[in-house]
Design a protein around this ligand. Structure first.
Ligand code: HEM
Length: 374
């Protein structure tokens, strides 16, 4: 977290997430004598999130070898709505074709990574002499399962890409909204800083610049109720999930007034987002209330059912991971960085359809500088 911003005016020396966010150093501006940058907040956090989760899973070699993976990720990301609508991939819309090509490159690169990991696991010579020593246990265990079922590298590439999408897409967007609300809701940042400082879940070094030396990620959600409640409220206001279920046997639905017969083979789409504006469940549903889910010394989503992590057997398998990651990154940012809107007061960027978590409708330029610790 301490190296979120490198303060380099040379874009070639910036981190990939800074480049993606069109980061500009303002220290030459007499109005901003300290080290301040201007950046696009959503791109910055999306890139950062990508560079945290991918090396943790596949090891550092994957991104070193595929430095354009994040661009391909973004290029494909803009086209998922057309795919979800069932548009065939051969339809000659230029942006759509580019998105499909980007997806194919990602699948290929993951297949190759998987082959290298297998070579490393089997003690064989690894293609290009790549260093695969830091591939995670999770990835290694998954590859063992693929091997047991005799899957080809291409099949594995497709499966891993889908998992990567599930793992990253919503988490990245939720992280953005969470940070946006933390910094833009008046007084919230100070309250969270106090809560984090008194909870003892993290320590900060006295170095210049300061670094986080200890962060108990497991304790964040338990010992910082406002931090967790703000996370849940950010999810409540930005979630627009639609789940699809295929009817496999004749089904009768009764809404108390009418009956509906569903034949096998039909599809049901269920929107969990319909409940998030119901005032009997959430008083003042259109307001962002950071402490909405605080109950005594804890915060819980007991009351947040059904919600956008799915229902039944196919409920999101990564929900605990997502929560821990978003809370941990936010705790680090809160501790080390000050953020304000680039021009004027904070303005909500508006919503645009995305995946389960909505996308911002417009870019949000912000100014970022290191927090000065007393
Ligand atoms: C804020 C972040 C996330 C949101 C909002 C989210 C949301 C969802 C939703 C709505 C579903 C469909 C559930 C259903 O049809 O009942 C789902 C499924 C899934 N998610 Fe997530 N997810 C998130 C993060 C993650 C992460 C971090 C991972 C992996 C580490 C992950 C892995 C999966 C998988 C594997 C499935 C398919 C489950 C199945 O079909 O059995 N998700 N997620």
């Amino acid at each position: 977290m301490s190296s979120l911003i490198g303060f380099s005016e040379n874009t070639d020396l910036q981190h990939p997430w800074e480049q993606l966010a069109n980061t500009k150093v303002l220290r030459l501006d007499p109005a901003y004598p300290g080290h301040v940058v201007e950046a696009d907040l959503e791109s910055l956090l999306r890139g950062l999130s990508f560079h945290i989760s991918i090396p943790l899973l596949y090891g550092h070699d994957y991104l070193d070898r595929n430095p354009l993976a994040l661009c391909d990720w973004d290029c494909f990301g803009g086209q998922t709505a057309l795919l979800a609508l069932g548009v065939p991939t051969w339809v000659p819309i230029p942006s759509f074709r580019c998105g499909i090509a980007a997806r194919d490159r990602l699948v290929d690169s993951i297949s190759c990574d998987c082959r290298r990991t297998k070579q490393y696991r089997n003690g064989e010579a690894v293609d290009y002499g790549a260093d695969m020593t830091d591939v995670s246990e999770t990835a290694l265990d998954r590859y063992k399962v693929y091997d047991r079922h005799g899957l080809s590298a291409e099949n594995i590439g497709h499966i891993e890409f889908s998992l990567l999408w599930a793992q990253n897409k919503n988490t990245q967007q939720l992280l953005f909204w969470y940070i946006f609300y933390i910094y833009s809701v008046p007084g919230l940042l100070d309250s969270l800083r106090q809560e984090l400082a008194s909870s003892g879940v993290r320590s900060i070094s006295a170095d210049d610049p300061p670094r986080i030396t200890r962060l108990n990620i497991g304790a964040l959600g338990k010992q910082c109720p406002l931090l967790k409640s703000t996370f849940l409220e950010s999810f409540r206001v930005t979630e627009e999930s639609i789940m699809f279920r295929r009817v496999t046997e004749r089904l009768t639905l009764d809404d108390g007034k009418d009956q509906y017969q569903l034949r096998p083979g039909s599809w049901l789409s269920v929107s969990t987002a319909l409940t998030r504006h119901v005032s009997s469940i959430y008083p003042l549903p259109l307001e962002f209330l950071p402490d909405r889910f605080v109950e005594g010394s804890t915060a819980s989503y007991k009351t947040l059912r059904p919600w956008g992590l799915g229902l039944g057997l196919t409920m999101c398998k990564g929900r605990t991971f997502a929560e821990k990651k978003v809370l941990a990154v936010a705790a680090g940012m809160i501790a080390l960085w000050d953020i304000e809107q680039a021009v004027g007061e904070w303005q909500h960027p508006g919503f645009r359809t995305g995946a389960t978590v909505l996308d911002p409708a417009s870019k949000l330029r912000v100014r970022i500088k290191r927090r000065t610790l007393d």
